[in-house]
Design a protein around this ligand. Sequence first.
Ligand SMILES: [Zn+2]
Ligand SMILES: [Zn+2]
Length: 50
Amino acid sequence: CQICLKTFPREYHLKLHQTIHCMEKPHKCQRCHKTFKTRWLASRHASKTH
Ligand SMILES: [Zn+2]
Ligand SMILES: [Zn+2]
């Protein structure tokens, strides 16, 4: 997967997996590949994790 850099044995699994990236999580952490529903969650993650 180009978004979260996971790999899958079959292209079918990859496409199934990529549907999760289509869901509403527009706020992406700048330092890793995690995404969040709200900007608040993203900034909380960044201050706790990084
Ligand atoms: Zn992915
Ligand atoms: Zn992060």
